[in-house]
Design a protein around this ligand. Structure first.
Ligand SMILES: Cc1cc2nc3c(=O)[nH]c(=O)nc-3n(C[C@H](O)[C@H](O)[C@H](O)COP(=O)(O)OP(=O)(O)OC[C@H]3O[C@@H](n4cnc5c(N)ncnc54)[C@H](O)[C@@H]3O)c2cc1C
Length: 385
């Protein structure tokens, strides 16, 4: 396993990952989609490479990447099916960051090394059937009983729930406080009596990665599992986790867009109509150029926001700008890729239609495009007043 504090080591990590993506992941894309599962041997290789602990600090067994380094890794991982990235995504992001940012020392020591090694998979349970974009209206309760909390409620669309060993669960500890201040975060281990995982959801895309409902029925959790040991901080933790996650997702969008642009260009230069490669037609060139321009803009935005975060700046606005622009951008790039491939773009064997379906998710989770717009505008108004 590599650590990547130094630029030279980062270069090694990136070139090793590029090789892994090209030689192991891309050749298995169709298989993962057909079987709706990532092969065991590939999961083991991902563990061996340290991919589950990219953002976990070195002292807890991770690679210890800062944000600028992490987004460069995400650019590379984005070059293949998003399902591979999603498998390691929760351990590097929403499934571990709450513990890294706000966990007690004991919680960090207990869980981070196991998350970083990939021994367990982490999941983040915020969304509920009646609380999606309006997450602070969540209804799952955590009632204190002696030195235990008793959780009741339903979480929806929880990524990696079927595989997860540890859930970061947002629940209301203060029923009188209807908003964000009444919410706390808990670390709940899989197998805890009263924690029930529903059947995997049937999704539009990203086959190979799974989401499911997570139900809590009088699920008793020791008080020591309250994240950070403080009630009422859960929503703040969730928002901090999502700020970071949004930047990571934006970087993945850049990676996928760059892959699709490369494939579109190659196809356009090979495919001949009217006696010449379709890349010679200016209407095709316009699509290629627009995609290249937009992916480049997103790449620059992501690198800038990551640098600002590493410098200690609050990047709530920038993270939302990146997520909004990059996820919408990759949707347009995927649409143009289908167009450039013509009929072949619609046929599964070419893989382009799979990416078209896969990238649709990026505009929905970790805050829809509309929610990013609201965050940006609210921050603008706050700054101005
Ligand atoms: C595959 C997948 C994986 C997911 N993984 C996780 C996970 O691991 N953990 C987790 O907690 N959640 C997860 N989610 C949930 C995801 O974050 C939510 O689906 C998302 O936040 C949107 O919530 P919603 O689906 O309830 O839509 P809604 O909130 O009902 O939104 C419906 C529409 O209304 C719009 N809308 C809502 N409010 C406003 C407003 N104020 N102004 C303008 N428009 C608005 C939305 O933008 C959207 O277009 C996942 C979802 C999917 C599909």
């Amino acid at each position: 396993m590599l650590t990547a504090r130094e630029d030279e080591t980062l270069e090694q990590l990136l070139s090793m990952l590029e090789r892994f993506v090209k030689e192991r992941l891309i050749p298995n894309e169709h298989r993962v989609a057909d079987e709706d599962a990532i092969p065991r041997d590939i999961i083991e290789e991902m563990r061996g490479l340290g991919l589950f602990g990219l953002s976990t600090p070195v002292e807890f067994g991770g690679v210890g990447l800062n944000m600028s380094q992490e987004v460069q890794v995400a650019f590379v991982l984005g070059q293949t099916s998003p399902a591979f990235r999603s498998l390691i995504g929760t351990n590097n992001g929403i499934g571990s960051q709450g513990i890294i940012l706000d966990g007690t020392e004991e919680q960090r020591r207990k869980y981070l090394p196991r998350l970083a090694s990939g021994e367990i998979v982490g999941a983040f349970a915020l969304t509920e059937p009646n609380a999606g974009s309006d997450a602070s209206s969540l209804r799952t309760t955590a009632r204190r009983e002696g030195d235990m909390y008793v959780l009741n409620g339903t979480k929806r669309f929880i990524t990696n729930a079927p595989e997860a060993g540890l859930f970061t669960v947002m629940a209301r500890t203060n029923p009188d406080e209807k908003g964000a201040a009444g919410i706390s975060a808990f670390l709940v281990e899989a197998g805890t009596p009263g924690l029930i995982i529903g059947p995997s959801d049937r999704k539009m895309g990203q086959k190979g990665t799974h989401t499911a409902d997570v139900l809590f029925e009088d699920c008793r959790v020791p008080a020591a599992q309250l994240l950070g040991g403080v009630e009422g901080q859960g929503f703040k933790t969730a928002m901090k986790v999502l700020d970071r996650g949004r930047l990571h997702i934006a970087a993945v969008c850049v990676g996928v867009a760059e892959r699709l642009i490369r494939e579109s260009l190659r196809y356009a230069m090979e495919r001949e109509q009217f006696g010449k490669p379709i890349a010679e037609f200016q209407l095709i060139q316009a699509m290629l150029a627009d995609s290249r321009m937009e992916a480049y803009a997103a790449r620059c935005m992501v690198l800038d926001a990551a640098r600002r975060r590493d410098a200690g700046q609050n990047i709530s606005t920038e993270a939302s700008c990146c997520k909004l622009f990059a996820s919408e951008m990759v949707g347009r790039v995927a649409d143009r890729a289908v167009q450039i491939f013509g009929g072949a773009g619609y046929i599964a064997d070419y893989g382009i239609e799979r990416f078209y379906r896969d990238v649709r998710l990026f505009r929905l989770y970790e805050g829809t495009s509309q929610i990013q717009q609201l965050v940006i505008a609210r921050n603008m108004m706050r700054e101005a007043s």
